[in-house]
Design a protein around this ligand. Structure first.
Ligand code: OOG
Ligand code: NI
Length: 406
């Protein structure tokens, strides 16, 4: 009997959740408050509350964020997630954000509706662009390449187990345990001392660059539960004395059907970290890089819907699901009775992601816009991954079309 990718994914999500809760206790508060809010929405709205996913799905639902430094590391991450039935979807260029972040990103997630329903765990994964001259001069690029080239984020045993899992579509129980143990440990905050001067050099350019290239390991940056009423969550967290960033990212609250994704976060927490100084001595200090985030999801928009949202905002949208469907602005399937059923938005928003990244920026960093940008696009990322990069719109359209035929 093999433990298949669906179960590996659910187990991986819950073991990362236990790890992150032990490292960042405020995350546990966020999960607790999310569960309380979800229970009250369910009570208030009944079955209507589950239109965008069953309460079981939503309760287990998490997204994580990780950041890596090289295409090789990205390829390794792809192998670990493939074992869990998570595939790269979408290309995000955060260098275009305000403030600009020196990364390009994708999200690893399940792509079939049944897999999403079973456990929708997704991980926003960012790759540092070390050769972008707007951020890094030639010397820093060379130092980054040397530093990143010398580190090993994932043990060979983990990668071998991941490949085995992908090849045979699962792992024997003892192998699954070992895979989960090694995979989870790879994303824990490392006690290894951080080279103070190197970290500070990168941090003056970009806090995100320092978090990626200034340390010899990677870690979960945040883990995000899903909530059915994010405005209520925001109020309850504030009541508990946890200061959130000043707004909820994404479409504002209206009476219209929920679209896309709304997110909010609290500022990164100070965590004790060890530092090595130039004279070799080790001291304890702190860094603020990891934070808590929560999200609410709505219906996926078509390219036309997305263009309308980006140009004119939510106010330009029809008031009803029927209206959204008829105008071709959002994706729907139909239930057994022929009623519209929203296709949930399973991806991220670059503008919100930039706001989320900003939760741990100590400054806007230094960017020299006059310098040469490094070319990066979806085709480049697919090549680096060594596996197919899915287009989110193709996935949504295929799902809606399948419903039309059925
Ligand atoms: C990722 C930020 C993006 C989201 O939810 O939009 C993100 C990061 O901080 O590494 O997680
Ligand atoms: Ni996030």
């Amino acid at each position: 009997m093999l433990i298949g990718p669906t179960e590996l994914r659910a187990l991986f999500a819950s073991s990362l959740s236990a790890l992150y809760g032990s490292e960042v206790p405020a995350y546990n508060t966020l999960v607790e408050v999310s569960e309380a809010v979800n229970a009250s929405v369910l009570e208030r709205m009944g079955a209507e509350a589950e239109r965008l996913g069953s309460i079981e799905r939503v309760t287990a639902e998490r997204h994580g964020a990780i950041r890596v430094g090289t295409p090789t590391e990205l390829g390794q991450v792809g192998r670990i997630f493939a074992a869990c039935g998570m595939h790269p979807v979408g290309f995000y260029d955060l260098r275009e954000a305000d403030p600009p972040i020196p990364v390009v990103s994708t999200a690893f997630r399940p792509i079939d509706r049944a897999e999403l329903a079973a456990n929708p765990f997704r991980v926003f994964t960012s790759l540092l662009v070390v050769d972008d001259r707007r951020f890094f001069d030639q010397r820093t690029q060379a130092q980054l390449e040397e530093f990143l080239g010398a580190r090993r984020l994932f043990p060979e045993e983990l990668l071998d187990l991941a490949d085995l899992a992908e090849k045979q579509s699962g792992l024997a129980p003892v192998d699954a345990d070992r895979f989960l143990e090694l995979a989870t440990a790879s994303f824990a905050l490392s006690p290894e001392p951080v080279d103070r001067a190197w970290y500070d050099h990168l941090e003056a350019i970009s806090s995100v660059a320092a978090d990626i290239g200034g340390v010899s390991s990677t870690h979960i940056n945040h883990l995000t539960p899903r909530v059915l009423d994010i405005d209520e969550l925001y109020a309850r967290m504030t009541e508990r004395g946890i200061r959130m960033i000043d707004r909820i990212q994404g479409p504002p609250l209206t009476d219209k059907p929920a679209v896309l994704l709304r997110q909010t976060s609290f500022r990164a927490r100070a965590e004790p970290r060890r530092f090595r100084k130039a004279d070799g001595s080790v001291t304890t200090g702190e860094l603020r890089v990891r934070f808590g985030e929560v999200e609410a999801r709505g219906v996926a928009l078509t390219p036309a819907g997305r263009a309308l949202y980006d140009d004119r905002g939510i106010d330009a949208f029809p008031d009803t699901e029927q209206g959204l469907h008829e105008a071709g602005l959002a994706y729907y399937t139909r239930d057994a009775e022929g009623r519209l059923r929203p296709v949930v938005y399973e991806d991220f928003l670059p503008k919100s992601a930039a706001g989320i990244f900003a939760s741990n920026l100590t400054s806007d960093g230094s960017v020299d816009a006059a310098q040469r940008a490094a070319a990066r696009d979806a085709a480049w990322l697919q090549e680096a991954l060594g596996r197919r990069l899915h287009d989110p719109y193709d996935l949504y359209a295929a799902e809606a079309a399948a419903a039309g035929r059925g």
